[in-house]
Design a protein around this ligand. Structure first.
Ligand code: ZN
Length: 137
């Protein structure tokens, strides 16, 4: 599993506008993206990690989530096979900061984010944030 680098996180901002990229990760069961996002299937009411080996759902039934709590709030249950809920619990505390950053990028993708601006938003130094993001996953 390759860790995502900071520049890849910025690429994620581009993903937000290109769900096709997320869909490809689901089709290919790409575990590089585990923890980056989850996909939920309308017809089953279940959400999975991208790498889940369960049958690929129909594209029109899939919704993407970037946080587990958002999926749960939308009444989806974690998959019993890939257990996205357990996956989250193994994260170290810095994961929260990383999630916060991703959440910002997700909800305000039209902003011109810089490392400086991001670190101010989550309340840690730019150098530390960069290290966190480089070591993420
Ligand atoms: Zn699954």
């Amino acid at each position: 599993m390759l860790p995502l680098t900071f520049s890849q996180y910025f690429q994620e901002v581009i993903w937000m506008k290109k769900p096709e990229k997320l869909w490809q990760a689901v089709v290919q069961c790409d575990q590089t993206y585990d923890g980056s996002f989850y996909y939920a299937v309308k017809t089953t009411g279940i959400f999975c990690c991208p790498s889940c080996k369960s049958k690929t759902p129909k594209k029109e039934n899939v919704t993407f989530f970037f946080r587990i709590k958002d999926a749960i709030r939308s009444n989806y249950r974690p998959c019993k096979r890939c257990r996205p809920d357990l996956h989250q619990r193994t994260y170290h505390p810095h994961e929260e900061v990383i999630r916060e950053v991703k959440g910002l990028l997700e909800s305000e993708y039209d902003q011109a984010w810089t490392l400086q601006k991001l670190s101010e938003s989550v309340g840690i130094s730019p150098g530390y944030l960069q290290r966190l993001l480089q070591n993420a996953q």
